[in-house]
Design a protein around this ligand. Structure first.
Ligand code: B16
Ligand code: MG
Length: 215
């Protein structure tokens, strides 16, 4: 399909299933605040920054919180999330993720993580996969959240590739929009109806046809 030299991977929902730990931590906070929250609501949090998730939660509950309270509740949620991450292991890598990283390395395709998560380094360390990535751009390094393309552009620059030479793998609509805004080819991970604008959609990386993509 193209002369692609770099793969830019989102983390949660593409490489690893951390959404369930985010859910448990947000649910605990929501219960404390008396805000209704379920797995369906959690869908809206995928790919969205911690601060934005907190705003959404407060909005759903009709809570008027000061900026300091918002920051402190979000920090509380993160404390629980980090505790849950202590349980994370390789079994939570999503189907095909590790094989894709290995195969990309074998073929000389550079790889980057482009995630909103400020816990990216902890997650990669727990999974033992940090060494597969030539660039790691996370929520600590980027100042703008997807759909702003900043994370992808930073990674492409660090890998020394052009937009045309990169492929994004993304499970959130915001990530697809970010790629499209810059003319970067996006492989959507998930259902087509949730990811309009993706170049192609596959359920997980196990379904990726690397020969076809790199042809
Ligand atoms: P943290 P991604 C995102 O990861 C998650 O999908 C989203 O639910 C979370 O709120 C966000 O990271 C921030 O995470 O609270 O750890 O900084 O999909 O961008 O890899
Ligand atoms: Mg994601």
């Amino acid at each position: 399909m193209g002369n692609y030299k770099a793969f830019l991977f989102d983390l949660d929902g593409v490489i690893v299933d951390t959404a369930k730990y985010h859910y448990l931590a947000w649910k605990r906070l929501a219960d404390e605040l008396g805000v209704f929250f379920d797995e369906e609501k959690n869908e809206a949090f995928k790919g969205v920054s911690r601060a934005k998730c907190m705003e959404l939660l407060a909005g759903w509950g009709g809570l008027s919180l000061s900026e300091d309270e918002m920051v402190s509740y979000a920090a509380r949620k993160n404390g629980w999330y980090v505790e849950y991450l202590a349980e994370l292991d390789e079994s939570e890598l999503l189907p095909g993720a590790l094989d894709t990283l290995k195969e990309a390395k074998r073929r000389g395709v550079k790889c980057a993580i482009c995630s909103a998560s400020k816990n990216t380094m902890t997650i990669l360390a727990r999974l033992g996969i940090a060494s597969y990535f030539d660039s790691i751009v996370d929520g600590n390094r980027a100042s703008k959240a997807k759909p702003d393309p900043q994370v992808f552009l930073m990674a492409a620059a660090e890998l020394g590739v052009t937009r045309e030479e990169a492929v994004i793998f993304e499970d959130s609509l915001a990530g697809v929009q970010a790629g499209n805004a810059e003319g970067i080819y996006v492989v959507g991970i998930g259902e087509e109806k949730n990811l309009p604008g993706a170049g192609v959609c596959i359920p997980d990386l196990a379904r990726l046809d690397l020969d076809k993509l790199l042809k």
